[in-house]
Design a protein around this ligand. Structure first.
Ligand code: SF4
Length: 331
C-alpha cells in the first residue's frame, strides 16, 4: 500500500499537515511535535508509535483541543470541513463527544467517581443528542451490551469503584462511542490492563471499526500491540516522523533504524531474523537539547558522517516514507 499523506486529502477523514506543538516553559520554548503530516480515512486504524516523550500524546491532545494552557499548535488538521487547530472552544466542545472522542490510559481519571455509570453515560446523550433521559438511559444500556458487558442493567446502577479496570475501560469505550464518533483517539488504551483483557479490548476496537466504520488513531509505545490491529503506522521520535508505512510493510521490512530497534524490543518477535529481544540502548534526547542533524543519531548503530545533517522525509522502498540518510538498512 503506497502512503502519500500529501495526496490522500480527498478521501481523508482527517488530514494533518505540518502539525507543530510547542510549550512555553521557564527555560524557553519546548517543541514537542515538529511538522508532522498524516491522514486517516473512515474505518481506518492508524497507530502512532514511539517511546515516551516522542510527542505522540501531545499530538493527540492538540487534535482534541486539550493542550495545557502553556501549549500551542500550528499547521492544519482538517476534519469534516473543520480545521481542528483553528476551531474555537465552543465548536470544539460540540465536536468532542459527538464526532470526535478520545479514550485515555487510565479510565478512572475519566469517570466521575461520585456518579453511577448509567448517569454518566446517559448525560452524554442528553447533552450531545438532546435525548430525553429515559431514552438516553436505554441507549446507554444497549451500548454496554454492544461492548460485551454482562449484566448491563445492573452495571448502569453501579459506581466506578465497584468495577474492575478492564470493565471500566470497556465502559469508557462504550461512552466514547455513544454518539457514534467518526474518529476515536485511543491513547495507550490497554497499557494498564493485563494481557487477556488487552486482547479483549483490541478485539472490541476491531469489531467497532467494522460495525460503525469509526476511524481510530491508536497511540502506543508498543509496536507489538499494533500488529493485528492497525492498517498503517506512524513511527515518531523526538517529535518527528521517522517512518510512515502500511503495518505489514513495517513489520516485514522496516527501513528506518529506529523502527527496527522498536521491533527488536518486542518480546515475541514477528520475524525469525529479529528473534532476540534487544532493547534500544540509551534514552530519547531532551527535547530542549536535541542533537544537530538526525535526532536519533546518538543511539543509531548505523550513524555516519551525513547524519549531522537533518534527514528529510522521503519515499521509502515499501511505498511509505522515511527520514534517514541510509540508502538501505543493512541486513
Ligand atoms: Fe541513523 Fe543516520 Fe538514519 Fe539517523 S539518518 S537513523 S543517524 S543512519
Amino acid at each position: 500500500m503506497a502512503i502519500d499523506p500529501a495526496s490522500s486529502g480527498d478521501q481523508a477523514l482527517l488530514q494533518v499537515s505540518a502539525l507543530r506543538v510547542s510549550f512555553a516553559t521557564a527555560d524557553g520554548e519546548l517543541q514537542a511535535v515538529r511538522a508532522v503530516d498524516f491522514s486517516v480515512r473512515s474505518g481506518e486504524i492508524l497507530a502512532i508509535v514511539g517511546e515516551s516523550g516522542s510527542g505522540k500524546t501531545q499530538l493527540a491532545m492538540a487534535l482534541m483541543g486539550l493542550l495545557a494552557e502553556n501549549g500551542s499548535a500550528s499547521g492544519s488538521a482538517m476534519f469534516q470541513g473543520h480545521d481542528l487547530l483553528g476551531c474555537g472552544q465552543k465548536q470544539m466542545n460540540r465536536l468532542r463527544g459527538s464526532k470526535l472522542a478520545m479514550i485515555f490510559q487510565d479510565p478512572e481519571s475519566t469517570l466521575n467517581p461520585y456518579m453511577s455509570i448509567g448517569r454518566q453515560m446517559s448525560e452524554v446523550l442528553e447533552q450531545h443528542r438532546n435525548m430525553p433521559h429515559k431514552q438516553a438511559w436505554l441507549v446507554a444500556e444497549e451500548m454496554l451490551h454492544q461492548v460485551c458487558i454482562d449484566d448491563a442493567h445492573e452495571r448502569m446502577r453501579q459506581f466506578p469503584y465497584e468495577l474492575s479496570g478492564g470493565m471500566l475501560q470497556r465502559i469508557i469505550i462504550a461512552m466514547a462511542l455513544l454518539c457514534q464518533p467518526a474518529l476515536l483517539i485511543a491513547d495507550e488504551p490497554t497499557t494498564a490492563l493485563d494481557v487477556t483483557v488487552q486482547a479483549d479490548i483490541n478485539r472490541l476496537m476491531l469489531d467497532l471499526r467494522e460495525r460503525y466504520q469509526t476511524a481510530i488513531i491508536l497511540i502506543t509505545h508498543d509496536l507489538g500491540m499494533v500488529a493485528g490491529l492497525a492498517d498503517k503506522v506512524l513511527v515518531m521520535y523526538a517529535g518527528q516522523t521517522m517512518e510512515y508505512a502500511a503495518v505489514a510493510d513495517l513489520y516485514q521490512r522496516p527501513e528506518h533504524p529506529y523502527s527496527r530497534g522498536l521491533l527488536r524490543a518486542i518480546p515475541q518477535s514477528f520475524s525469525n531474523k529479529l528473534a532476540a529481544l534487544q532493547p534500544i540502548p540509551g534514552n530519547p534526547p531532551n527535547p530542549m537539547q536535541l542533537p544537530s542533524g538526525c535526532p536519533f543519531r546518538d543511539r543509531c548503530e548505523y550513524a555516519f558522517a551525513d547524519c549531522t545533517a537533518t534527514p528529510l522525509l522521503r519515499p521509502a522502498r515499501h511505498g511509505g516514507l522515511i527520514a534517514c540518510h541510509l540508502d538501505r538498512l543493512p541486513e
